[in-house]
Design a protein around this ligand. Structure first.
Ligand code: UDP
Length: 240
């Protein structure tokens, strides 16, 4: 791609489930490798990239609480799961010849760096792919909220949420073949219509800080690069 990318700095949110591929637990190395390649291509085209990874492929606090584990402990386990995913993604990126850094909201000095905003910005300015792990560092939040928070903190131009469907629909497209995809929505429409985009805290943070959010299909190869060059893929959520 010769044309300059449309965005200077992005924050990409990958759910833990995105790393599972067709497995029902853990990480599929093929899937993580393919994602790493797309991310590296975008980074090499000059876009500064921060990533927040979820942990739902390993542990979720709410699920653990339902099986009897204390909720806060479960959330700690969920946050640590995101650290494992971030380490795996950093490894996949570095194996392919690019530079990655894991910055965790929970201190684990033997394993990765602490999340320090200025350091995070320095990494991405140098072209390193920064992986923000351990969510917000607090229980009762999600990695969607962490993604909105980090996007605002690092001054991203765009928050991207990678999913397995083509965007936001008015009904579940897997169950309703006639479901219609929205091309654009406002933050308030997402909240009022209770659309399953991101949790309300994440959407409200985006709204209050004018952070545009795009939901796109990461299963389709090349979508991330196309988006960076201005193609109107998926669903855009912004003010008007
Ligand atoms: N989590 C948390 N605080 C945060 C982010 C995550 O406690 O700021 C915990 C929570 O238990 C959550 C789990 O980590 O269920 C994994 O994150 P999430 O469910 O957002 O992952 P995803 O659905 O994106 O895979």
């Amino acid at each position: 791609m010769t044309q300059a990318p449309k965005y200077k700095r992005i924050l990409l949110k990958l759910s833990g489930e995105a790393l599972m591929g067709r497995e029902d637990y853990g990480i599929d190395p093929k899937v993580i490798g393919a994602l790493a390649e797309e991310i590296i291509e975008v980074s090499r085209s000059g876009v500064e990239v921060g990533i927040v990874i979820g942990g739902g492929n390993i542990f979720r606090g709410a699920g653990l609480a339902a099986s009897g584990i204390d909720r806060v402990t479960g959330d700690h386990m969920g946050m640590l799961a995101t650290v494992m995913n971030a380490l795996a993604m950093a490894d996949a990126i570095e194996k392919r010849g690019a530079y990655a850094r894991v910055l965790s909201a929970i201190q684990i000095h033997d394993v990765c760096e602490d999340y320090i905003r200025r350091r995070a910005i320095r990494h991405i300015e140098k072209g390193r792919i920064a992986l923000f792990a351990a969510g917000t560092g607090n229980p009762f939040f999600t990695t969607d909220s962490a993604a909105a928070l980090r996007a605002v903190e690092i001054g991203a131009d765009l928050l991207l949420k990678a999913t397995k469907v083509d965007g936001v629909y008015d009904a579940d497209p897997a169950k309703h073949p006639g479901a219609k995809r929205y091309e654009r929505l406002t933050y308030d429409e997402v909240i009022e219509r209770k659309l399953a985009v991101m949790d309300t805290a994440a959407i409200a943070l985006c709204r209050d800080h004018h952070m545009p959010l795009r939901i796109y299909n990461m299963v389709e190869p090349g979508n991330l690069g196309r988006l960076m060059h201005g193609e109107d893929i998926g669903t855009l959520v912004d003010a008007e």
